[in-house]
Structure formats: structure tokens, C-alpha cells
Write a protein that binds this ligand. Structure first.
Ligand code: MTE
Ligand code: MO
Length: 383
């Protein structure tokens, strides 16, 4: 098999699939730091981890409708202005296990930790495209290019059609304010193999699937990428669609993430002594929308109060230019006085006043993506 050269991984990760390797940290570990340590950052793969040892011969080819292909070495990318963008990467499948309990869905099961917040260092894609002759704020090239496709070197299983691919609109790729990066660093360190060494795309505010790792090519193309993960996966269908009546072409590939939050200081069901219990976790939204507030209910959703937030804690110093943190999660904390058995609920509200949906049934979809329903944990009080 192609899995003989996988990198070492932290023993505390909870493994959801071994080959390809898919794993997430424990809830308490995730909520313990604003910046997720690299070792504990979730790992989401569709094939073996590529071995790209010979960095001197590595280059990424930029071509398609951008004009005659240009090969850019890592040095060419490093010579461009460097940006450090703190952005949370969240898999569209985060919280899939919970959705599957309501009605079975297809896909790797994930608890609430298929996400992580990192400071990504690299060149802006807008600068790379400018370097090859595509100016800032280009929505369409003279040759009709409207999308930017990232093509990886990793080979996915046969039925999923070769290298992993995804695309984003050209207008987003050439907008410096969208902070799309070609990243070679994570938390101030050289990118690890699991996370895309030597070069990956980071598309802030968008489902993780579009942040392609191990870049081989970047092509300007006319239509959205025809790759499997754009056309036959990562689309949000209504609850009425199941495997016997699905028509993939009727939906667009999912891009922005909706508003999300989860409690990480408690498991789904836990036993506690009556008294004060800490309710802590994360909240984030997509598209650069910030978090306005997080509401906590101590009594199954009957009454609510606002959680305290500590967004800025623990940001490490990284030399360079921290552009913004609007792509990052916020951590929240609240104290609940537990008197007897209860269900504690969290829901976040983003800067556009979008609120998480109450029930998982109302957003159920056959691939189990974007489970953003209110997060509930049950507490059983010991006598
Ligand atoms: N890029 C490649 N080349 N191959 C992949 O399997 N998985 C995607 C994305 N980029 C993937 C990829 C998905 S679905 C997610 S959620 C993120 O990478 C996960 O990034 P991470 O493993 O660095 O956490
Ligand atoms: Mo993902």
C-alpha cells in the first residue's frame, strides 16, 4: 500500500480512520489554547501523505488561462511579501457523528474537534497571481478565466479520480483582503507533512476542503473545478434528498462555513457533582464574519445567558505582518450552577446575526456536512 511512509503522530489523537489518516484531538486539548498546537491539529486526508523530500527540485506550476505555464520554486514564493494570517480551518464534516445519530449519513465520523486555529505564514495568492500577470481584483481574465484551481500531488483512491483538487473564484484569489495564502509555515514552523509540506493553499472562511495541501499546480480555468471533491462531494443537500434520488449537478460546491460553536469542556454525557461547572468551547463563522456572542442555556434551552469570551489569549508572537484575526475562532467560557440532571446548550450568533439552527433534523443531509446545530451536553448530577 502507499501507507508505508506516514509521518509520526501524537498518541492522544482520536483516530477516526487509519488509512487514509483522519484524526482529531480530545475536546479538552482543543479548547486549552487559542492557537492549536501543530501536533494536536486535526488531520484530514483522502490518501497517503506524499513524500516531497527534495525541496530544491520542488516547484509549483502556475498556468491554465493565466498564460504560458510558470514554474515557481519555493524561493520564488518566499521572495514575495510574507503574511501571517491567523485562520481557523474547519472540516465540513465536523460534528458528523452527531448528525449520523439522527439519521445515518455517509462519511468519516467526527466528533466536535475537526478544526483548529493556526497562524499560517506564506505569500498571498493575489501576489503570486500578480507575479504571473494577473492583476489584483480580476474577476475574469481576457481569455475567460473565472476560477483558480489548486491541484495536489496526492493521489486519491481510483474512484475519486487521481489528484486532490479544488477551486475558488478568481475574484477571491486576486483580492488581497481575502487573505488567501500559499502557506509554507504553520505557527511559525516549517509546514509539517501532514498539513501540506512544502506548500498548501489556505482559504480563510471557507470549508477546509478548499485549502488544498501539497500543491502541484495552480491553474486559471473557465468553470469551477470538475474534481471529485468539488462536484461529487462537499455539497449541501436538503433533508429530502437521499442516495436513491440525488442529482449532484443541482447544487453548487459548498464554500463559506456557516456559524458554528461547540462545548469542549464536557463530553456528550457526563457525571458531575452539583455545583459550579465550567462550560468552555469555541465559536466561529465563515466568510470573515466575526462572532457577536455565544449564548449558553443551563436548562435544555429554556433560559439563556451570555458566555464570556477570551479571543485574544495566547496568541504567540510570530515575526512578520499579522494582517487580521477575522478568520479565527473565539474561545468562550461560562459557569453554570448545576443542581440536578440537565442539558447544557451552546449557540453562537455571528456579525450578520446568523444563528445556529436548533435541531439537527432540520439541516440533515446525506453526506453529513455542516452540522452546526445547537450543541448540547447532558449532565447527570451525582447525589
Ligand atoms: N488537500 C489534499 N491535497 N488532500 C486532501 O485530502 N483534504 C482537505 C484539505 N486539503 C485534503 C486537502 C480537507 S477535506 C480538509 S478539512 C483539510 O485539508 C484538512 O487540513 P489538515 O489536514 O491540515 O487539518
Ligand atoms: Mo474536510
Amino acid at each position: 500500500s502507499g501507507y508505508s511512509r506516514e509521518p509520526p503522530r501524537h498518541p492522544s489523537l482520536r483516530i477516526n480512520a487509519k488509512e487514509p489518516f483522519n484524526a482529531e484531538p480530545a475536546r479538552r486539548d482543543l479548547a486549552a489554547a487559542y492557537i492549536t498546537p501543530i501536533d494536536l491539529f486535526f488531520k484530514r486526508n483522502h490518501g497517503p501523505i506524499p513524500v516531497l523530500d527534495d525541496i530544491d527540485s520542488y516547484y509549483v506550476t502556475v498556468g491554465g488561462l493565466a498564460g504560458g505555464p510558470r514554474r515557481l520554486s519555493l524561493d520564488d514564493i518566499r521572495k514575495l511579501p510574507k503574511y501571517n494570517v491567523t485562520a481557523t480551518l474547519q472540516c465540513a464534516g465536523n460534528r458528523r457523528t452527531e448528525m449520523s445519530k439522527s439519521r445515518k449519513v455517509r462519511g468519516v465520523g467526527w466528533d466536535v474537534c475537526a478544526l483548529g486555529n493556526a497562524t499560517w505564514g506564506g505569500a498571498k495568492l493575489s501576489d503570486v497571481l500578480q507575479l504571473v500577470g494577473v492583476p489584483y481584483h480580476t474577476e475574469i481574465t481576457p481569455s475567460g478565466g473565472k476560477h483558480v484551481e489548486f491541484v495536489s500531488v496526492d493521489q486519491c483512491p481510483e474512484e475519486k479520480g487521481g489528484p486532490y483538487k479544488a477551486s475558488i473564484p478568481l475574484g477571491q484569489a486576486t483580492n488581497p483582503a481575502a487573505d488567501v495564502l500559499l502557506a509554507y509555515e504553520m505557527n511559525g514552523k516549517v509546514l509539517k507533512r501532514d498539513h501540506g509540506y512544502p506548500l498548501r493553499a489556505i482559504v480563510p472562511g471557507v470549508i477546509g476542503a478548499r485549502s488544498v495541501k501539497w500543491l502541484d499546480r495552480i491553474d486559471i480555468i473557465e468553470e469551477e473545478s470538475q474534481g471529485f471533491f468539488m462536484q461529487k462531494d462537499y455539497k449541501m443537500f436538503p433533508p429530502s434528498v437521499d442516495w436513491d434520488n440525488i442529482v449532484w449537478s443541482t447544487r453548487k460546491p459548498q464554500m463559506d462555513y456557516p456559524v458554528q460553536s461547540a462545548i469542549c469542556s464536557l463530553e456528550d454525557v457526563g457525571t458531575v457533582k452539583p455545583g459550579q461547572v465550567i462550560v468552555a468551547g469555541y465559536a466561529l463563522s465563515g466568510g470573515g464574519r466575526g462572532i457577536e456572542r455565544v449564548d449558553i442555556s443551563p436548562d435544555c434551552g429554556k433560559s439563556w445567558f451570555e458566555a464570556h469570551r477570551y479571543q485574544k489569549q495566547g496568541i504567540p508572537y510570530v515575526a512578520g505582518n499579522i494582517t487580521s484575526d477575522k478568520w479565527a475562532w473565539v474561545l468562550f467560557e461560562a459557569i453554570v450552577d448545576v443542581k440536578g440532571d440537565t442539558e447544557i446548550v451552546a449557540k453562537a450568533v455571528d456579525s450578520s446575526a446568523n444563528v445556529q439552527p436548533e435541531s439537527v433534523e432540520s439541516i440533515w443531509n446525506l453526506r453529513g456536512i455542516l452540522n452546526t446545530c445547537w450543541h448540547r451536553v447532558r449532565l447527570l448530577a451525582t447525589p
